[in-house]
Design a protein around this ligand. Structure first.
Ligand code: PEP
Length: 255
């Protein structure tokens, strides 16, 4: 059975004080009514230890927004997988569109990071998605296929590349714009992702959790989660409000 997940990407937001109150809101929310799905939060690196302590004992998992593709060494400004694990992280976002488009992360870098996370025991959430120009040029499936294929090519012959990993379909035009994909648009792409994983020989394609991301709010989450191939959401802006994040999570039922 595929894991249901609602994950919150806090991006570069927060202060020690706002992080404390956000965590209090999450703990209170989980204690009042535990959601049926797994909850994950992705704070900025500097708040990981604070969040780990604040969420201790609560059913909320911790992840990082990015990671180095290197183990350790002279890589100024980078954070390794082992450092993330030591800070309590179980998950890491790989290839978020802001990393690809604002910071110029290439397919090669994204693939190296995915491989590193997988091999060193941190669950990668691979973010994929097309730009508006690519969608309008009818290139959505080609772009997504290239993003997924490149990861498989880095692990040749492995038919279980995505086992234990998570994929987040995040159309670039829907991130932070308030313009979510419709449930039908998102469902069509999620089904294509699964189909593509099968075609490239991933034997457990039907067991991979595929999340939707892009302007998910408490008022559109339920319709998205009703779709058969949408297993949850990666939420940006709305995850900074504990009540709204918990309302989104409450829509993601286990069956
Ligand atoms: C994101 O940052 O991954 C995201 C989906 O952002 P938002 O929900 O704000 O569109």
């Amino acid at each position: 059975m595929r894991k249901k997940i609602v994950a919150g990407n806090w991006k570069m937001h927060g202060s020690p004080e706002s992080v404390t109150s956000l965590c209090e809101g999450l703990v209170n929310g989980v204690n009042a009514s535990a959601p049926e799905c797994a909850l994950i939060v992705f704070p900025p690196f500097v708040y990981l230890s604070q969040v780990q302590a604040a969420l201790a004992g609560a059913q909320v998992h911790l992840g990082a927004q990015n990671v180095s593709q290197f183990d350790e060494g002279a890589y100024t400004g980078e954070i390794s997988i082992n450092m993330l694990k030591a800070s309590g992280c179980e998950y890491v976002l790989i290839g978020h569109s802001e990393r690809r488009h604002v910071f110029g992360e290439t397919l090669e870098t994204v693939v190296a990071k995915f491989k590193q996370a997988k091999q060193m025991g941190l669950t990668p959430i691979l973010c994929v998605g097309e730009t508006l120009e690519e969608r309008e040029a009818d290139k959505t499936s080609t772009v997504l296929a290239a993003q997924l294929q490149s990861v498989c090519e880095a692990l040749p012959g492995d038919t279980t590349v995505f086992d234990g990993a998570v994929i987040a379909y995040e159309p670039v035009w829907a991130i932070g714009t308030g313009k979510s994909a419709t449930p039908e648009q998102a469902q069509a792409v999620h089904a294509q992702i699964r189909q593509f994983l099968t075609e490239i020989g991933q034997i457990n394609a039907n067991s991979v959790s595929v999340l939707y991301g892009g302007s998910v709010k408490s008022d559109n989450a339920a319709q998205l989660f009703e779709q058969p191939d949408i297993d949850g959401a990666l939420v940006g802006g709305a995850s900074l409000d504990a009540d709204q994040f918990m309302r989104i999570a409450s829509c993601n039922k286990s069956s």
